[in-house]
Design a protein around this ligand. Structure first.
Ligand code: PRP
Ligand code: MN
Ligand code: MG
Length: 181
């Protein structure tokens, strides 16, 4: 079964639901950037699976680049400190940038990234996030493209980890409480 991992309590979003949603977003986003070039910037590590799947539905002139930031570490709570572990390779001045995230939770990571990238003089910066949590609405980020809204529970899979584990699960799910202890 889809949830046959022994640590998973519940599957919130299935593999198929994610695939369908990403293909719709891919089409919408391709239309939005029609005739333009866009620097698609994935936020590592969490966004690596979303990016790989979403990339194949993009039909525009695309450059891919990566940033690695971390604020959570081995915890289910944000540390409040965002660190850049790897910066972009390309210059984004005068270019369209699309940030791809797996999840916007407190919004702290994205707020920091948006401020950082906007200071480099891009033509535009927009965000695509597979998952958005309710708290994200409190910070004024403006995620232009969202896959799904998820409740305030800690979720794993499809790139999302708990202490670096479970990123490989093909669905989004919650962990059994005993896994945290
Ligand atoms: C997770 C997730 C987002 C961020 C969202 O990354 O992938 O990047 O937290 O949380 P926020 O909105 O509260 O800032 P994490 O820091 O765990 O690093 P990872 O992507 O390497 O797992
Ligand atoms: Mn992340
Ligand atoms: Mg993480």
């Amino acid at each position: 079964a889809a949830s046959d991992h022994p640590d998973i309590e519940k599957v919130l979003i299935s593999e198929e639901e994610i695939r369908d949603r990403l293909s719709v977003l891919g089409k919408q986003i391709s239309q939005a950037y029609e005739g333009e070039q866009v620097v698609v910037t994935a936020v590592l590590k969490g966004a690596f699976i979303v990016l790989a799947d979403f990339a194949r539905s993009l039909e525009v002139d695309t450059i891919f680049d990566f940033m690695a930031v971390s604020s959570y570490g081995a915890s289910t709570k944000s540390s409040g400190v965002v660190r850049i572990l790897k910066d972009l390779d390309v210059e984004i001045e005068g270019r369209h940038v699309l940030i791809v995230e797996d999840i916007v939770d407190s919004g702290l990571t994205l707020s920091y990234l948006l401020k950082n990238l906007r200071a480099r003089g891009p033509k535009s910066v927009e965000v695509m996030a597979l998952l958005v949590k309710p708290d994200a609405a409190k910070v004024d980020i403006g995620v232009k493209w969202t896959g799904f809204e998820v409740p305030n529970e800690f979720v794993v899979g499809y790139g999302l980890d708990y202490d670096e584990r479970y990123r490989n699960l093909p669905y989004i799910g919650t962990l059994k409480p005993e896994v945290y202890s």
